[in-house]
Design a protein around this ligand. Structure first.
Ligand code: ZN
Length: 201
């Protein structure tokens, strides 16, 4: 049986007894046949499928989980998504990062919002000495590109030297405006590991 057929089978309540006919009508009948799987198993499988979808989503969507570790217990960091309903009916997306508590069930590390995390990262960038860390080629060429845009936009053809300030500004710009993939690439380039401790990095 291929995976799709398998999923369809497990989504169909007919297989554990009660069935709806016509589908969506709200008329439920008890099947006379013997259930192939029990209701308990059916529910467990549904939950499992939902969970695995959630996990996949987390891995794709969040920018800072991979390189961030809990500064208190050393566990990984996971992200959760919260949606806040606004007055006009639309939703505001908020991402919070917190300890997975894999190493310490009672870890008191707490949660930090993505906005706050980015703010702190930007502050951290200011205090880094870029002469000491090796900024890889990718960032350098990206900064050159960024600089060219700047020249086009301002009309000024100042020296396009890659100085510390540009590196800093570019990194801060990416942290705020880049997409998740760009943020991940950037942090991988910087070869840094973020430790989250008491809502501070
Ligand atoms: Zn922890």
């Amino acid at each position: 049986m291929d995976k799709q057929t398998n999923n369809r089978l497990l989504e169909n309540t007919f297989y554990y007894g009660p069935f709806e006919y016509p589908k969506g009508s709200g008329n439920w009948y008890q099947g006379k046949h013997e259930s192939i799987i029990t209701k308990e198993l059916f529910d467990a499988v549904q939950q499992q499928m939902k969970n695995s979808q959630l996990v996949r989503r987390e891995n794709i969507e969040f920018a800072f989980t991979k390189i961030t570790k809990c500064g208190l217990c050393g566990s990984g960091i996971s992200a959760t998504e919260k949606f806040k309903k606004l007055k006009d009916g639309s939703y505001n997306r908020h991402v919070y990062y917190g300890c997975t508590k894999a190493r310490d069930k009672n870890c008191k590390s707490g949660y930090i919002s993505e906005e706050e995390l980015i703010k702190q990262l930007q502050k951290l960038v200011d205090s880094l000495n870029f002469k000491k860390i090796s900024v890889q080629d990718k960032i350098r060429s990206e900064i050159k590109r960024f600089k060219k845009f700047q020249v086009l936009a301002t009309g000024k053809n100042d020296s396009i030297d890659l100085i510390d300030v540009d590196t800093r500004n570019y990194i801060k710009f990416l942290l705020k405006e880049g997409d998740d993939q760009e943020k991940r690439d950037l942090l991988t380039c910087l070869d840094c590991e973020i430790k989250l401790k008491n809502k501070k990095i």
